[in-house]
Design a protein around this ligand. Structure first.
Ligand code: FES
Length: 145
């Protein structure tokens, strides 16, 4: 029997092994998450009494510019001695957002938040968390939370 498109036994076994390996990898990654693993913030969200020296972040000299001050918080100067602080944890499923074009962008599912943490694009439906701030001009220390 002639069969130009048939696989040899060796070819069949090789392709089966590749398919089985791909299925095993897919099963291990099948949690529905697209993009980086969701970030789980500490129970206190890391904000209680977090302090920064404003002078260590030169971009904070400009009113309105978002500045990442640690791995999960961003700060924006709103006036000579006033600041807003935001959680960078996405309100959709907890991934860490990134700052891009003075906005928050979530790489997991594409949510976008404006520079005040308000949702510009879902799937997130709630604004980013915001912390209270207090600034001591004599020491240049900003206390977040
Ligand atoms: S975790 Fe889904 S958009 Fe951010």
């Amino acid at each position: 029997m002639g069969c130009e498109d048939c696989l040899s036994r060796r070819q069949f076994l090789a392709r089966s092994a590749v398919a089985a390996a791909a299925a095993a990898i897919a099963a291990g990654c099948g949690n529905g998450q697209i993009g980086p693993t969701a970030y789980q913030p500490p129970s206190n969200n890391g904000s209680n009494g977090n302090t920064i020296k404003v002078g260590n972040f030169p971009q904070l000299a400009t009113v309105g510019t978002l500045v990442k001050v640690d791995s999960y918080q961003a700060v924006k100067r709103t006036g000579a001695t006033t600041f807003d602080a935001y959680s960078m944890v996405c309100t959709h499923q907890g991934c860490l957002t990134e700052l891009t074009s003075n906005m928050f962008f979530c790489p997991c599912h594409g949510s976008e938040f404006d520079s005040s943490g308000q949702v510009l694009r879902g799937p997130a439906s709630r604004p980013l968390g915001q912390y209270t701030t207090s600034y001591d001009a004599t020491t240049d220390i900003l206390t977040i939370g």
